[in-house]
Design a protein around this ligand. Structure first.
Ligand SMILES: [Zn+2]
Ligand SMILES: [Zn+2]
Length: 336
C-alpha cells in the first residue's frame, strides 16, 4: 500500500511529490490519516535547513488534523476512528528532570513533529500517543490543523500570562499568529487592542474582536497604549525585531512583552523602562498535547476561527510560497 507525500531531500531543495509505503505504527504510536495540515513559518527549518541535526529526506508539517487509522502496541488510550490533532510538540521521554516535574514541553529529549520525524504533508503520518489531541466533533479538520501550532502557541501564551479580565492586552501584528491572538484575547475577556501597520487592517481587526485598533504607521503605537494606562501584556507576533522592540514602551507597570515566534534579528531593548516599571520581555514555547486540546475545545466553544486558504498536496510549492511571502490570508492548509 502506497501513499503520496511532499518531501524535501536537502536543505534549500525543491518540493518533491513522492510515493512512499504507508508506514506502520510502532509501540506507543498511532497512524493518522491526514485530513488537513497547516503550513507554518517554522516549516522553513525543513525547506531551507538550519535545524540542528535534521535528517533528509524529510516530510514537514506540524499542524495536523486527521483520524486514527491504526493503533500500535501499548497506545491503549486511543482507538481507530478517533479524530485527532498533532502539533509542534511531537513527544517526550517521561523520565528526564523536566518530565519528572510534569513539564513535558521542556523535555530535554523532546521531539518536534515534521522536523525530528516525518510530519503531515502526506496522506498518512505516525504520531506518538502522548502527542495526540482529541478534536471536538463540530470543529472541521482544516480549522483544527492551524490550531495545533499557531493556535496553541498564542492561546497558551495568553492564558499563562499575568493578564486578567479587563486588562489591556495588545496583539502586535495581524498575521498567522496575530489574527488568532486578537480573537483569543477578546474571548478571554481582555481589553483587546490590535496593533498593525496601515489603516486597511482596522476593519479586519475589529471584526476579529479588537475593541481598538492602533495604526503603528500613523503614529507612536506605544504612546497610544500608554494613553490606555499601558498594556498588561503585549503579544508580539510581527516578525520584525525593530517594531517589536519599540513596543516595550507601551507596557504598563508589571507589563510583559511576550514573544512566541522569533524574529531573525535580536531585539534592542533599553533596561531603564524595564527596571523603572518592573516590566519584562519573555518568550513563550508552544504547549503540550493537552494544551492543544484545550485550544481546540476553547476555539470550538467560543467561535474562534482561523482564516485559511486550502491547497491540495500537489500544490505544496504554491501554498508554501503564499505563506512564506505573507500573501496567504492567513494560514495555508494542505488537504491531502
Ligand atoms: Zn509551527
Ligand atoms: Zn523528558
Amino acid at each position: 500500500m502506497k501513499m503520496k507525500a511532499a518531501q524535501v531531500s536537502k536543505a534549500g531543495g525543491d518540493w518533491e511529490l513522492v510515493e512512499r509505503d504507508i508506514p506502520e505504527p510502532g509501540a506507543g504510536q498511532v497512524r493518522v490519516k491526514v485530513e488537513a495540515c497547516g503550513i507554518c513559518h517554522s516549516d522553513m527549518f525543513v525547506k531551507e535547513g538550519g535545524w540542528p541535526g535534521i535528517q533528509y529526506p524529510r516530510v514537514p508539517g506540524h499542524e495536523i488534523a486527521g483520524r486514527i487509522d491504526a493503533v500500535g502496541n501499548g497506545a491503549t488510550s486511543w482507538e481507530k476512528g478517533q479524530r485527532v490533532g498533532v502539533g509542534w510538540h511531537g513527544g517526550h521521554c517521561f523520565v528526564c528532570d523536566p518530565c519528572r516535574r510534569g513539564d513535558f514541553t521542556m523535555c530535554v529529549n523532546r521531539k518536534v513533529t515534521g522536523i525530528d520525524f516525518d510530519g503531515g504533508y502526506a496522506e498518512y503520518m505516525i504520531a506518538r500517543a502522548e502527542s495526540l489531541a482529541l478534536i471536538p466533533d463540530d470543529l472541521p479538520a482544516e480549522e483544527a490543523g492551524p490550531f495545533m501550532c499557531a493556535g496553541v502557541t498564542v492561546y497558551n501564551a495568553l492564558r499563562n500570562s499575568a493578564a486578567r479580565w479587563g486588562d489591556v492586552v495588545a496583539v502586535h501584528g495581524i498575521g498567522g499568529l496575530g489574527h488568532l491572538g486578537v480573537q483569543y484575547a477578546r474571548q478571554m475577556g481582555f481589553h483587546t487592542v490590535a496593533v498593525g501597520r496601515g489603516k486597511e487592517k482596522e476593519a479586519l481587526a475589529k471584526k476579529l474582536g479588537a475593541h481598538r485598533y492602533i495604526d503603528s504607521g500613523a503614529g507612536n503605537a506605544a504612546a497610544e497604549l500608554q494613553k490606555l494606562g499601558g498594556a498588561r501584556v503585549i503579544l508580539a507576533t510581527a516578525p520584525n525585531a525593530r517594531a517589536i522592540s519599540e513596543m516595550v514602551d507601551g507596557l504598563g507597570i508589571n507589563g510583559t512583552l511576550v514573544v512566541p515566534a522569533a524574529p531573525n534579528e535580536p531585539l534592542t531593548v533599553s533596561m531603564m523602562p524595564l527596571i523603572n516599571g518592573r516590566r519584562s520581555v519573555a518568550g513563550w514555547y508552544s504547549g503540550s498535547a493537552r494544551d492543544s486540546q484545550d485550544t481546540l475545545e476553547f476555539s470550538a466553544l467560543s467561535g474562534v476561527h482561523p482564516m485559511i486558504e486550502k491547497y491540495s498536496l500537489g500544490q505544496v510549492a504554491e501554498a508554501y510560497e503564499q505563506m512564506h511571502s505573507g500573501k496567504a490570508r492567513f494560514r495555508a492548509v494542505l488537504t491531502p
